[in-house]
Each structure stands twice: as C-alpha cells, then as structure tokens.
Ligand binder design. Structure first.
Ligand code: ADP
Length: 389
C-alpha cells in the first residue's frame, strides 16, 4: 500500500517537473522568437534545434526547412572571393572546438545565393566540460555598412568640395593684400583682412566638423610610433607662437626627462593643440601659460593658464559638442565649441584621461594623462586630418 502511495507521489512529482520544464521551454522559445536578432540553436551533432523567425527572414528560409538540418549544410558562409568558407574555419566549429565564445563578422549566403554581411556571436553550451550544443546570435549588417559607406563618401566629398573654393578665396585674398592687384586703400585692406580671417575660421570649422564625423563613426586609425612627448609639446607651442605673440601671452614648457611613449602623434598633437590654443584664447593680454610634462604612474601633460576661468555652471558641459561657456562668448573670443569635444574623443581613442580645474578670474588647468605603456594600435577607416589651407 505504502509502495503504491510512493510511486503515486513520484508520478505526481514527475508530472509537475515535466510541466515546469514545458513552461520554461515555452518561455525560452517565446524569448528567442521575440529577440531583435537572429538566433540558431544546435545540438551536439551540429543539427539545428531551434531557430527564430528573424533568422529565417534574413536567410530567406522557412523555419521548417532549417530545423533538424545540419547547421553547416544550410547556413553557408562565403569568403570575399565568393568561395565557401571551410567548415573548420566557421565560427561555430571554432566555438565548439575551443569551448569558448567567438565573435566576428562574416558573409552568409541566403536561399537566393546572395551574400549578406553579418555580425555573429556563437557560444557553446558546456556540460561536464563537454560541448553539448551551441547558440548563435547574428544580425544583418547591410544597412549599417551602407550607412558607413555614405558617411565615408560624405567625408571625402565634404573635404574636397568645401575646401577647394575656400582655398581659392584665401589665395585671392592674400594676393589682394599682397598688392598683386594694385595698392589697396585702408578700407580695402580692412575688408580683405576680414575675408582672410573669416576663411581661416571657416577652414577651422570644416576641419573640426569633419574630424568629429570621423571620430563619431568610431573609425579613426590609431597609428602607434614611439613619440617624444616633450618634443611634441614644444612643436605645438612653436606653431602657436604668433597667436600668443598677438596677445603678448608668455608660454613656457616645463619638460621632464622621459623615454618615448608609444602613441599616435597626429591624434596627440591635435589634442594638445586644442588645449594650448584654448589657454591662449581664454587668457587676457599679457597673461601666461605653462605646459608641463610629468611622469607619475601615468604620463601627465598639463596646460595651466591665468585666464578667464570656467564658470561653475559650465563645468559639467565643457566637453559637450558645440558648448561654449557664457564668459567665452562675452569676451568675444571666437570658437566652435568643438575643440574640447574632439579632445575628449581623442583621449578615449588613445586610452587617455582628460580633466580640468578652473576658477573664474584665477585661471584654468587642463590635464591629459596617458598610460606609461602607451596606447594600442586601432584599425579604422580614416585618418584624423590636420588643418590645411
Ligand atoms: P571653442 O572653439 O569655443 O574654444 P572648445 O570646445 O575648445 O571650443 O572649448 C569649449 C569651451 O570651454 C570654450 O568655449 C570656453 O568656454 C571653455 N574653455 C576651454 N578652454 C578654456 C580655458 N583654458 N579657459 C577658460 N575657458 C575655457
């Protein structure tokens, strides 16, 4: 009697467990089908067990065509030359063999034999140290790649088409002021000098906007070489001498004996140039700027001025795109509000940190720090552009 009670209880328990498993299976299936990315789940033999609608839509197959088939037989990947990727080179095979997740870009063949770019992540299911299946999540990159191409074309077009007329205006303005079209009277000289300075500002704006676009596309090259930081700072100061001389701002470099740091000199120069140019711009006539290179647990470059300072209310926004503090506008200093935004983007790209201390009427110090081991090389689609006219 008690034996039959026991088996009755076991059956009830098993039924409950089965119901729970069915419920969690239904929930997982619901979750997988509602995901915004394509999902394929395979068993230990590489056969497809679960696949969601989006996967079917992207590859152009009905779900029942995929389920139960060998993954490698129905989901085919092609190389750039159109040849099929070998099974051993497929992400799912490597994830299975190595027992760890694989993330990569690939090209999948649809049912109509068209190749579509995809971003894949495959993770093996491991049980008792043995892979018993895999889950792959992938998304169609066609729109993303088209957007990237449009962006690249825009940058190429803008650099050329906006700059060509501007450099013609600049050249002719310089010829006028140089007297090549006859001597100018005072009024004419003033007009030409406004044309010249406006072209320079316009060029600066185009330069910053294009670099912002490149950096925002996350696609700036980071090309690493050993860089003498003291020399780089000295070079930037030298290139800004006429800006400083116009305002009688004294700039000093406090160098420090450090070995070369592996970093990208073009990106670093742009960043340091923005900080030093700002310190001159936002310091009144006769002020002073100290550029200091130090080495602690990181390399620190600081730019300290005794200028207008940054108001408390502006401090949270100073690295935002197009932001300019009220006192900068009040002192009639020209600018785009893009320099520090760019500097912050570059700092991130170089694995650096950027921050500042400032007090209105006392001055401002901007700091930039880099790891002593330098920055890592990164492959992108563009180079940062240095200003030219
Ligand atoms: P801008 O082209 O206006 O100089 P930035 O992005 O380089 O643009 O700087 C943003 C704002 O930060 C400036 O407009 C100014 O208000 C403030 N700023 C930057 N550097 C300094 C500085 N050294 N002293 C005071 N204010 C500064």
């Amino acid at each position: 009697m008690s034996g039959s009670n026991n088996s009755q209880a076991t059956i009830v328990k098993l039924k409950r467990q089965l119901a729970d498993m069915q419920k969690s299976y239904a929930k997982s299936s619901e979750l997988i089908s509602s995901l915004g990315e394509a999902v394929v789940v395979t068993n230990e033999y590489g056969k497809i067990e679960i696949v969601n609608e989006l996967c079917g839509q992207i590859l152009g197959y009905k779900l029942n065509v995929l389920i139960g088939k060998r993954y490698l037989a129905v989901i085919k990947a092609v190389n750039e030359d159109g040849s099929l990727v070998e099974p051993m080179d497929r992400a799912i095979t490597r994830a299975f063999l190595n027992g760890s997740a694989v993330t990569e870009r690939a090209c999948y063949l649809t049912s109509r034999n068209t190749a579509i770019p995809v971003a894949i992540n495959v993770s093996p299911f491991i049980f008792n140290n043995v892979p018993i299946g895999a889950i792959e999540v992938f998304r169609d990159l066609t729109d993303e790649i088209t957007r990237e191409q449009i962006q690249s074309e825009f940058i190429a077009l803008a650099s050329h088409q906006l700059r060509t007329p501007l450099s013609a205006i600049n050249t002719y303005a310089q010829m006028l002021s140089g007297g090549y079209a006859g001597k100018l009277n005072n009024r004419q000289t003033n007009f030409v000098s406004v044309i010249e300075s406006s072209t320079l500002r316009m060029n600066e704006l185009i330069h910053s906007l294009l670099n912002v676009t490149r950096l925002e596309a996350g696609s700036i090259n980071v090309d690493i070489i050993p860089v003498d930081i003291n020399e780089l700072c000295a070079g930037v100061i030298n290139s800004l001498t006429s800006l400083a001389d116009d305002k009688a701002v004294d700039i000093k470099l406090e160098a420090c004996p450090i070995s070369d740091i592996d970093t990208d000199p073009v990106l670093l120069r742009e960043l340091i140039n923005n900080l030093i140019a700002n310190s001159i711009k936002y310091t009144p006539h006769g002020g002073s700027v100290i550029v200091k290179v130090e080495i602690q647990d990181r390399v620190i470059i600081s730019v300290c001025d005794n200028g207008f300072g940054i108001p408390e209310l502006a401090k949270d926004y100073i690295f935002s795109k197009f932001y300019r503090a009220k006192n900068a506008v009040k002192h009639d200093v020209s600018g785009t509000g893009l320099g520090l935004y760019l500097a912050k983007q570059i700092a991130d790209r170089l694995e650096g940190d950027i921050w500042f201390d400032s007090e209105v009427g006392v001055g401002t110090t901007f700091y930039f720090s880099l790891p002593v081991v330098g920055s890592a090389k990164k492959q992108g689609r563009f180079r940062l552009e240095v200003p030219k006219l």
